[in-house]
Design a protein around this ligand. Structure first.
Ligand code: ATP
Ligand code: MG
Length: 557
């Protein structure tokens, strides 16, 4: 979490400036914000930005944040999504003051609609959606009045009541605000307030067959909850005029809407609709597939709440849309895991090494630090044996000049254990090296080395006798193009066919007890999180992110 000092250092974002000015002017003594997801999918990294912003404001200023489900669209919503959203927000480290549902206001909203009808500011329109679209005009051409626009208040009241009572079929009538069909803002040309939809709602069941439109629910819900600063994304700028108009006509609490730029991440999509398609069509294994930009996917991938908050904090709040590099998100998780994760050794592409002068039946205990960034994490024991595995890429039969890993006649240190020297190799019929035979140097054990030999490379390794097989899921970007939504055609044509690579490696036995979600640094390989799919026979790890390449580079210098 961003520390208080760090927050102090940072200059205020534009929304914080507005709030500070409002508080100074005495407009409010406390502020109320809300995070308003529609429960029609799982939260993604874009939502994380909005969560950090809304909850962050009331950590910084007096006041509180509500969680409000904007559940006015019965056909796409589900309680599964409600539960996942609550879980994700809590996991991110935030707690709402009240859990609210726009659907709880359906009666109140119906009453508001009646009020508008009584004021002569709303009417029932029998036009079809096509007819409404034609009469709406275009941004450069004024619209025309609907033939039903001048119905009497009494007729409107009766028809609206009949709409509510389920007399009419879907789409046959709407309730519209009576504003101005020539208004320069298209959204002010008699916007639809209610539509008929005979559909089951995840909370109100079959009570309603008319449902308010977003524009007639969102601002009204804000007002009912006395939200002071209603923050949404830029596409709602043109809606603000209607937001204010409805609040003024209904004479309800004057909430104010402020807009900030949607956050987009490259090499992925952040739209619930598109993410739902990926799930439904089986391109990924569910909403929490570690390749997904969902909060649940990132969690399963090994991202920490801190790393996501840190990312949102670093990208800040902007007034213009831009694309954020996923590299920044990866940087944030590396930074965090470097401080907190235990170090373990796992060989992902094993090559057998036989140490010919080491006794066959001996298992010698070596010590290695659990986390060099955290001395309190202590040391662990690992067993060294005659046969071990190293990474295939750590041996080269004919080494290049700057190759400081294992090669015939060359020495390397095995992490926490001895210095070894390669003597000879065994090969298969294709000429591929299958075994490297080495000798170890006595008295060279880490921490007790009296040989004075200086080696440049240190390799990770796993005892062939004690190591356990582990399934390792290596992830790459889900899409192979940077800006998916700017590409032509179907976005799914750009899915990276190599976004998942499953391999079996060998790991030190301590990893058998890894708990789902627990993160480790596999030395020289990256950060990996244990997955719930694993068993004690075969644990499963998701690669969160690779290490900065410094290690390999430094070793080769
Ligand atoms: P999607 O297109 O993914 O369905 P949405 O805006 O329809 O997104 P909501 O559930 O309505 O999703 O969003 C809840 C809140 O999160 C809204 O206030 C919305 O503005 C904000 N939000 C959604 N996506 C982003 C994003 N990419 N960046 C910042 N805020 C976002
Ligand atoms: Mg939405």
């Amino acid at each position: 979490m961003i520390t208080e000092e760090k927050k102090e250092e940072k200059s205020l974002n534009f929304i914080e400036e507005i709030i500070e000015a409002d508080l100074k002017a005495g407009k409010y003594t406390e502020i109320v914000t809300r995070f308003p997801p529609e429960p029609n999918g799982y939260l993604h990294i874009g939502h994380a930005s909005s969560i950090c912003l809304n909850f962050g404001l009331t950590k910084k200023f007096p006041g509180y944040t509500n969680l409000r489900f904007d559940d006015t669209n019965p056909t796409t919503e589900d309680t599964e999504y409600v539960e996942s959203i609550k879980n994700d927000i809590r996991w991110m480290g935030f707690e709402w003051e009240n859990e609210l549902y726009a659907s709880d206001y359906f009666d109140t909203l119906y009453g508001y609609a009646i009020q508008l009808i009584h004021k002569g500011l709303a009417y029932v329109d029998d036009s079809t959606s096509e007819e409404i679209a034609v009469l709406k005009g275009t941004p450069t051409q004024p619209g025309k009045d609907s033939p039903y626009r001048n119905r009497s208040i009494e007729e409107n009241r009766l028809l609206f009541e009949q709409m509510k009572n389920g007399i009419f079929p879907d789409g046959s009538r709407t309730l519209r605000a009576k504003i101005d069909m020539t208004h320069p803002n298209m959204l002010m040309r008699d916007p639809i307030l209610y539509r008929i939809k005979h559909a089951h709602h995840h909370r109100t069941g079959d009570k309603w067959c008319i449902y308010p439109m977003y524009d007639f629910a969102h601002g009204q819900s804000d007002a009912i909850e006395n939200v002071t600063h209603s923050i949404c994304t830029l596409e709602f700028v043109p809606h603000r005029e209607l937001y204010d108009w409805l609040i003024a006509q209904l004479e309800i609490y004057p909430s104010h809407q402020y807009e900030f730029a949607r956050r987009n991440l490259n090499y992925t999509v952040t739209s619930k609709r598109k993410l739902l398609q990926l799930v439904q069509e089986g391109h990924v294994n569910g909403w929490d597939d570690p390749r997904m930009p969902t909060i649940s996917g990132l969690r399963r991938r090994g991202y920490t709440p801190f790393s996501i908050r840190d990312f949102c904090d670093r990208i800040g709040v902007a007034k213009r849309e831009n694309m954020i590099d996923v590299g920044l998100l990866e940087f944030c998780v590396r930074e965090d895991l470097n401080k907190t994760s235990l170090r373990r050794m796992a060989v992902l592409d094993p090559l057998k090494v036989v140490i010919t002068n080491f006794p066959e039946d001996l298992s010698e205990t070596c010590l290695s630090e659990n986390n060099p960034e955290d001395i309190a994490a202590g040391m662990r024991e690992i067993l060294f044996t005659r046969e071990i595995f190293i990474e295939r890429e750590d041996f080269m039969e004919v080494p290049s000049k700057k190759y400081f890993r294992l090669a015939p006649g060359k020495m390397v240190r095995l992490k926490g254990a001895y210095i070894i020297q390669a003597e000879s190799v065994l090969k298969d019929e294709n000429g591929e090296v299958t075994e490297v035979h080495c000798t170890y140097i006595e008295n060279s054990k880490s921490g007790q080395d009296t040989t004075g030999i200086n080696v440049k490379g240190t390799l990770h390794w796993v005892s062939a006798k004690h190591g356990i097989p582990v399934e390792v899921r290596l992830y790459d970007r889900l899409f192979s193009v940077e800006n998916v939504s700017s590409e032509e055609g179907d976005f799914k044509d750009y899915i990276n066919p190599e976004s998942l690579n499953i391999i079996t490696g060998y790991a030190e036995p301590a990893l058998r007890d890894a708990k789902p979600g627990e993160s480790f640094q596999f030395l020289r390989k990256g950060y990996f999180a244990a997955d719930a799919d694993g068993t004690t026979e075969k644990p499963v790890f998701n690669r969160t992110v690779t290490l900065r390449d410094n290690w390999a580079k430094a070793a080769e210098k």
